[in-house]
Write a protein of this length. Structure first.
Length: 281
């Protein structure tokens, strides 16, 4: 026969619930104490000199990079964890500081060498060619293909069109000079050429033009058109991105002109299947 629990049974149930609650509290308190002890031990361990970075080794670059890295490891995270800990050193901040200070460095590897040393290894950018300003700086309406394009105030850029240094005696992969817009014309270094995505096809066309007997010395980007100036004095104009069709048209008409002797003032390849030329007087 079913009935309501007696007062004794209710009392025993309440005491059991209280014991379970006290047991859970004890477990939580002991667990909290253990966590605090472990955290304290970890923080204490991180302060020890045996796991603090004492040396920055640099390979293939100036030792001044070590000073930059050391400066970025000063101080503590949240006022507790040292930034020069071999386990928590700020590799991203070190990399960013070096790449900003040395734009000629393309990439940097940072790795641990034991518990007290980190090593830096750098890869430098490869100079592809010189960029000497926007075409708007120059008089491109002059009748002569040898318009007043000078090479003063030039910079070198890499395969991605990233400008990273002033023109120097560095060995360039291409001897010709590039003129065209840039993302930040006031401070070219660490900026990118606006026509960077067109460079591979443009350079290929320049090498193809050289097979006609005269090397390209200057390439000028003008909106959707490109002018390539030859050492012979001839200017070749075509639509950017249409290099293959321009080359096909050039080959088909090559018996009608010579690009090697300077007899042609300009060739216009902007119209499909057509080659317009002007010979020098």
């Amino acid at each position: 026969m079913w009935g309501s629990p007696s007062s004794a049974e209710r009392h025993n149930g309440e005491r059991l619930a209280e014991r379970r609650l006290r047991r859970r509290r004890r477990v939580l308190i002991i667990g909290g104490i253990l966590v605090c002890i472990l955290l304290g031990a970890a923080v204490y361990g991180l302060q020890q000199a045996s796991v603090r970075i004492e040396r920055v080794a640099v390979y293939g670059a100036p030792q001044s990079l070590a000073d930059l890295a050391t400066a970025k490891m000063q101080g503590r995270y949240l006022g507790i964890i040292p930034r020069d800990s071999i386990f928590f050193f700020p590799s991203s901040a070190i990399r960013s500081a070096i790449l900003t200070t040395y734009p000629d460095i393309a990439a940097i590897s940072i790795f641990r060498s034991g518990f007290a040393t980190i090593s830096l290894r750098v890869d430098y950018r490869v100079p592809i060619a010189r960029w000497c300003g926007d075409a708007s700086r120059f008089d491109l309406t002059a009748s002569s293909s040898r318009s007043n394009l000078d090479a003063s105030g030039c910079y070198v850029f890499d395969a991605n069109g990233f400008v990273y240094a002033t023109s120097s005696t560095a060995n360039l992969m291409n001897a010709f000079v590039i003129y065209g817009p840039i993302a930040n014309a006031t401070t070219p270094i660490q900026s990118t050429l606006s026509n960077a995505f067109q460079l591979p096809a443009t350079f290929t066309f320049a090498r193809e033009l050289a097979s006609f007997g005269s090397a390209v010395t200057k390439i000028v980007f003008r909106e959707d058109e490109v002018d390539e100036y030859l050492a012979s004095g001839t200017r070749v104009t075509y639509l950017a991105g249409d290099e293959q069709n321009a080359y096909t048209a050039l080959v088909s008409a090559r018996t009608n002109f010579s690009l090697a002797d300077g007899s042609v003032e300009y060739l216009d390849l902007r119209f499909p299947g057509k080659v317009y030329l002007k010979k020098k007087e």
